[in-house]
Ligand binder design. Structure first.
Ligand code: SAH
Length: 228
């Protein structure tokens, strides 16, 4: 006798066999981290960040770089080690704690008075600050505007109905001369064309691996954009 699982509309079975919403809420992301369902995390520094960092820097040294939806990316520590000030925002406290523990960076933890319920985790040299809050509650009043932005799988992690709002929100965090490096996959370009930004596709590559094949995809194109 075979058993059939009815999958409700708007949900899918993830690779762990759990029913998951197609559009992830903040709570869903927090649960994913708690259950260690973090297939998106890579234990390596992003190759394309290393390649295109000079485009973010544009000749500048020791700049402030923002990583929206940063997870526990190794890129945070790498950018810090290059001499930059790094600010990240991440909804999962587990992710932030794991970052500091796994990277062996000592830190302090404080409340952020401007954002109810938010906390900031700072490295002891104060050059890494990771804010545990929703990106939409984070503003330039908290940590100023940034000289550079590294967006790795962040725009794509935002639910499609919120992407336009996310793009507008990110432009409010860009200082004069800010360079925004975006790692994404093919999506509707209309959603990233901002009135004040110049967008250049730097590289487009076939990034199909077993991971995407297991999601049922037969093509997966990674794209790197530089936005000024
Ligand atoms: N940039 C990281 C993680 C990408 S996955 C990397 O390249 O590894 C997206 C991350 O965004 C997850 O860690 C998730 O917990 C976080 N996230 C999702 N929605 C968020 C929101 N609204 N505000 C802040 N963080 C969010």
């Amino acid at each position: 006798m075979s058993t059939r699982v009815d999958i409700p509309k708007g949900k899918k079975l993830n690779k762990y066999g759990d029913l998951e919403n197609l559009e992830l809420t903040a709570e869903d992301w927090i649960t994913r981290w708690e259950k260690k369902h973090i297939g998106f995390h890579k234990d390596e520094i992003h190759r394309l960040l290393q390649k295109y960092l000079p485009n973010i820097l544009n000749g500048r040294k020791q700049i402030s770089i923002f990583l929206p939806l940063c997870g526990k990316s190794l890129d945070i520590k790498w950018l810090h080690d290059q001499g930059h000030n790094v600010v990240g925002v991440e909804i999962s406290k587990t992710a932030i704690e794991e970052f500091f523990t796994e990277q062996n960076v000592s830190y302090t933890q404080d409340l952020v008075p401007e954002i109810p319920g938010a906390e900031v985790f700072k490295s002891s040299d104060h050059r890494i600050s990771l804010y545990n809050c929703n990106i939409f509650n984070f503003s330039s009043l908290i940590a100023g505007k940034f000289d550079g932005i590294w967006d790795s799988k962040s725009l794509v992690a935002i639910n499609p109905p919120d992407r336009q709002r996310y793009v507008k929100h990110m432009t409010t965090l860009m200082a004069e001369g800010c360079c925004y490096l975006l790692d994404s996959c093919t999506f509707n370009q209309d959603q990233i064309v901002g009135p004040s930004c110049n967008i250049r596709l730097m590289e487009s590559l076939d990034a199909l691996t077993q991971q995407q094949i297991s999601w049922g995809l037969d093509s997966f194109i990674e794209e790197i954009y530089l936005i000024k």
